[in-house]
Design a protein around this ligand. Structure first.
Ligand SMILES: C[S@@+](CC[C@H](N)C(=O)[O-])C[C@H]1O[C@@H](n2cnc3c(N)ncnc32)[C@H](O)[C@@H]1O
Length: 392
């Protein structure tokens, strides 16, 4: 079959309309004429396989990684970076129109260096003990000696690990490298090593290992004047080039207040900023490990270790919400509307749920004052939305 790619949608899929059918294809670009076959059908959607690109887009480029298409990590490496940012903007605008019934464009797009931006990553092991990522659409692991999204230091760890003849088997390792911490790779192992495994781990001199039973160690990360404590199991933003942009966006939106609330606070990424502007800061987070670290980093804030859906909302002038992809629950959004916070700073990693929530907020007296897209994950379809809503 032959068809023309109409656009790219959420998840990075290209769509082709074929009479009454909508076909989803990977690794294509808008405007391209492609030859394809249908591989699968589920719930009225056809999943296709691209056989030939008949008229390549001028924005198509050669992927830099030899494992592109095989590894499940990157989806956009065949697209010129400037055009990736255009596609992400278009997906956002489209979701805001379709789901949020709003014609709105971001005020600013924060681009990122395209490779080497990750400070942490999760590796899985093959039976041989060599480590890598899951192969796209399968449960098998492909060995990775070099990931272009990782820093040089993380990559030399991968290479050294996989160079071993019989590496010790840990089904999962979370590795991180924080430049301004201690110049060592931190690896969090899926289980405690046996004696013979410990000897092999000792061979990696600049690596700090931890696992569940000895997981009290944390890494300190300095951004601007702030020092955060993080562990492999706690959430932290991964793109080192965007930390300051995210903080600056929030700081530009703050004003002096008596009280501010930070929902889904993690290890307190936005808390030191709130402490600069508010006499009292309440931060809410469900993951106990994150709360414990945040309390040590920012003792002047009040941390509440609970699910936001159980949080007893109180009045304040400013509220930040940075939820997971599912967005704001009815309980959370209902309380924001009920308590009429003057300003809501809403950070979202899903344009679909953001559009849904923005519509509810607009219908209940909030208007968008500032809107930015921030690219935390070049080479993937993901985009972060940073926004400021004011109560009219
Ligand atoms: C996207 S992260 C944001 C963390 C933090 N704002 C940051 O920038 O580092 C979302 C956080 O919300 C927490 N979380 C997820 N669901 C939650 C819930 N229902 N109640 C409270 N916290 C939740 C997660 O543990 C995670 O730390």
């Amino acid at each position: 079959m032959i068809g023309k790619v109409e656009k790219i949608i959420n998840g990075g899929w290209g769509i082709i309309r074929d009479n009454n059918k909508i076909v989803f294809l990977n690794y294509v670009l808008p405007g391209e004429e492609v030859e394809y076959s249908i591989k699968d059908k589920a719930k009225g959607i056809f999943w296709g396989e691209t056989l030939n690109i008949l008229s390549p887009s001028p924005y198509r480029k050669k992927p830099e990684c030899s494992l592109f298409g095989e590894c499940g990590g990157c989806v956009f490496q065949h697209i010129d970076y400037e055009y990736q940012t255009q596609i992400k903007t278009d997906i956002f605008i489209d979701d805001m129109k379709r789901i949020g019934s709003m014609n709105i464009k971001p005020d600013i797009f924060y681009k990122s260096p395209t490779y080497g931006y990750r400070i942490r990553g999760r590796l899985k092991a093959k039976e041989s003990g060599k480590i890598g990522f899951i192969k796209k659409g399968t449960h098998t692991i492909i060995q990775i000696d070099n990931c272009l999204l990782f820093s040089e230091e993380m990559n030399s760890y991968l290479l050294d690990w996989n160079k071993q003849k019989n590496p010790p088997f840990f089904f999962q390792q979370d590795i991180s490298y924080i430049e301004n911490h201690d110049k060592s790779i931190h690896s969090y192992l899926s289980h405690s090593p046996k004696d013979d495994q410990k000897q092999k781990l000792d061979a990696f001199k600049s690596t700090t290992y931890s696992w569940k039973e000895n997981s009290n160690s944390f890494v300190k990360l300095k951004i601007k004047d702030f020092e955060y404590r993080i562990k492999p199991s706690t959430f932290f933003q991964v793109n080192k080039y965007q930390f300051e942009n995210m903080l600056d966006f929030v700081e530009d939106s703050l004003f002096k207040t008596e009280k501010a609330i930070d929902l889904y606070s993690g290890v307190g990424f936005f808390v030191p900023l709130l402490l600069k502007y508010s006499k009292k800061v309440i931060a809410v987070e469900s993951y106990t490990e994150s709360i414990k670290l945040a309390e040590q980093s920012f003792p002047d804030a009040k941390f509440i270790n609970t699910n936001v859906d159980k949080f007893n909302f109180v009045k304040a002038d400013i509220i930040i919400a940075d939820p997971p992809r599912s967005g704001l629950s009815k309980y959370v959004i209902g309380n924001i509307i009920r308590l009429k916070y003057k300003r809501l700073i809403y950070i979202s990693c899903s344009s679909a749920t953001f559009a849904r929530d923005a519509k509810i907020l607009r219908d209940n007296g909030y208007s968008i004052k500032k809107l930015a897209l921030i690219d935390l994950f070049p080479q993937t379809p993901h985009i972060e939305i940073m926004s400021v809503f004011d109560k009219l």
